[in-house]
Ligand binder design. Structure first.
Ligand code: ASP
Length: 338
């Protein structure tokens, strides 16, 4: 029996045409697949298509994440795997959030897109779509990003280039697989199977604020923003291994004051290695002020994990505990407690 794959279109460069006023998402999935006919001719599979939205992913909203999750929930029993075509700009956010919403998938759910529109000669759409379908047909369970012949665990993917076709990195862990023209080379240690039942949990609270620090940031600018009663949690983009400035301009005290009311999670402006609040005195002070470490999570996974957790609890200590454990492979085991 050929494997049944559902291909869900949401837009992005992959579906774009040049309108004369910039690239605009408009091609349906059917037309994108047409360009991949040659690559897929020897693969035994049956595809169905759903164009659920067709937008530049700059315009993606949390409601769209729920829509994608609900579509997969509805169709889960009917299909062996899912491929989601998505704009690359916010792909890592959507894929990360979906890896929290889709609990224990026993089937492949693969996000992809392209840097060059599908109709343009030598577009990377052709390889990316063909690789994603081949990977979905192969049956490896989990939520993934397939891009430029790499398969990355979804909450470890970050966009690192705005033009290069090798646009996504697997952050702080190796890719799950590399796809060659002949086969799929798995990194066996990265494959997680589960006996737990599949479920979909779309509860979340997107009232999160992200604060990027820089030398000279005035605490008096920050105070009125984070005093907003509608903010449920804060992600602070700090530097390197993590810390908060207190010399001259005291952001440490400003954030310490809110950290006992709402969760304040510290991530880093650097892409690799992540936060370790034990390394520096500035980090330990942030830790002692009650700030939660995002450890080696991507920024996208940190923000979406906080939103998803806030949909389930407001309890800062519970959220702190959940940041210490992996829900979807987004964080490495905690040998380092902070
Ligand atoms: N702006 C586009 C988008 O995110 C970029 C892309 O898809 O590569 O929809």
């Amino acid at each position: 029996m050929p494997k049944k794959i559902l291909i869900i279109g949401t837009g992005g460069t992959i579906s774009s045409i040049d309108t004369g006023e910039g690239l605009s998402s408009s091609l349906p999935v059917e037309e994108i697949l047409y360009f991949c006919t040659d690559q897929l001719k020897d693969l035994d599979f049956q595809a169905d298509i759903r164009d659920i939205i067709n937008i530049d992913s700059t315009l993606i909203q949390p409601e769209d994440w729920i829509k994608i999750a609900e579509e997969i929930e509805l169709e889960y029993p009917q299909y062996d795997g899912f491929v989601i075509l998505h704009g690359t700009d916010t792909l890592a956010y959507t894929a990360s959030m979906l890896s929290f919403m889709l609990r224990n998938p026993a089937k492949p759910i693969v996000f992809t897109g392209s840097m060059i529109p599908a109709p343009i000669e030598h577009s990377d759409a052709i390889n990316n779509v063909a690789d994603s379908i081949r990977f979905a047909v192969d049956g490896c369970p989990g939520v993934f990003v397939a891009f430029n012949h790499k398969v990355i665990r979804a909450p470890r993917a970050s966009k690192i280039a705005s033009e290069d076709i090798d646009a996504f990195a697997s952050v702080n862990e190796p890719p799950v697989a590399l796809i060659t023209s002949r086969d799929i080379k798995y990194n066996k240690k990265m494959i997680k199977t589960t006996d737990m039942p599949f479920s979909v949990d779309t509860l979340m609270d997107n009232n999160v604020f992200v604060l990027k620090i820089f030398p000279g940031l005035e605490p008096s600018f920050v105070e009125p923003i984070i005093a907003n009663k509608n903010i449920s949690g804060i992600v602070v983009e700090s530097y390197g291994a993590g810390g908060l400035p207190y010399r001259g301009r005291n952001l440490l005290d400003v954030l310490a004051n809110v950290a006992h009311k709402i969760p304040v999670v510290l991530t880093s402006q650097v892409v690799y290695d992540g936060v370790n609040l034990k390394t520096y005195e500035v980090g330990l002070r942030a830790h002692n002020a009650g700030v939660i470490s995002a450890r080696d999570m991507t920024k996208e996974a940190t923000i979406t994990k906080l939103m998803w957790l806030l949909g389930h609890t407001r309890d800062i200590e519970r959220i702190r505990k959940f940041f210490e454990i992996s829900l979807a492979g987004e964080v490495s085991p905690a040998e380092k407690a902070t």
